[in-house]
Design a protein. Structure first.
Length: 218
């Protein structure tokens, strides 16, 4: 079955973050605390998946690690949009709240937005695999979902900087593990390895907070 997902990080002034909190924070907590979520996170932290190019084909190097199909399913379940945040953002829990109107609205400066939209793929899954467990653990919130006031966003920035601090070789290795398609020419989409840190730095410079949501949009 096909689907389209979106992961966005948007910068907002604190009054907007405060207004979003009653809708998003309970859903975020529910997704983090749903049965099996923490176990999946801990299994991935202790046993990261091997090279994505071995997930569906045998590795070209004899003796190289091979991905366990159950571990792949576990990882995708961990990093897919959670059902609570999904339903809240779709307006199914509160008819007066919808991600299109209340988070992705026309008041946003396009420079205050990072969004990654993909058919049959999840941006958070690609990012987390490319970063690896240690770097992904530096990011606040739960699997791409977070709501931070200006002070919290500023306090988290050093850890986010460390998560995306790559040497040339590390960056090349991360790009090889990011399976998302970003288009070409004028249609090129911002990479998950670039957009989050860009928006984070901009928000902190402006004294804004941040909202991260990973959802199904179709």
């Amino acid at each position: 079955m096909g689907f389209t997902s979106a992961w966005s990080i948007t910068a907002h002034p604190d009054p907007t973050i405060t207004a979003l909190a009653p809708h998003l924070l309970p859903a975020l907590r529910s997704d983090r605390e749903r049965p099996g979520a923490r176990d999946r996170w801990e299994r991935w932290q202790s046993a990261p998946l091997p090279d994505v190019r071995t997930w569906h084909t045998a590795p070209s190097t004899p003796g190289a690690p091979v991905a366990d199909p159950a571990a792949i399913r576990d990882f995708h379940e961990l990093t897919a949009p959670g059902p609570e945040v999904d339903e809240v953002c779709a307006g199914l829990r509160d008819p007066g709240f919808h991600v299109y109107d209340d988070v992705w609205n026309d008041d946003l400066d396009h420079e205050d937005v990072f969004v990654s939209v993909h058919s049959k793929e999840y941006a958070v899954a690609a990012l987390f695999h490319a970063l690896g467990p240690a770097r992904a653990a530096l990011l606040p919130g739960w699997c791409g979902n977070f709501l931070l006031g200006a002070a919290e966003a500023a306090a988290a920035l050093p850890a986010v900087e460390r998560a995306f601090a790559f040497s040339v070789d590390e960056r090349a290795a991360a790009e090889r593990q990011d399976w998302l398609w970003y288009g070409v020419g004028d249609d090129t989409e911002e990479s998950v390895l670039d957009g989050p840190l860009r928006v984070w730095r901009r928000a902190v410079a402006k004294g804004y907070g941040l909202c991260g949501v990973a959802v199904h949009v179709a």
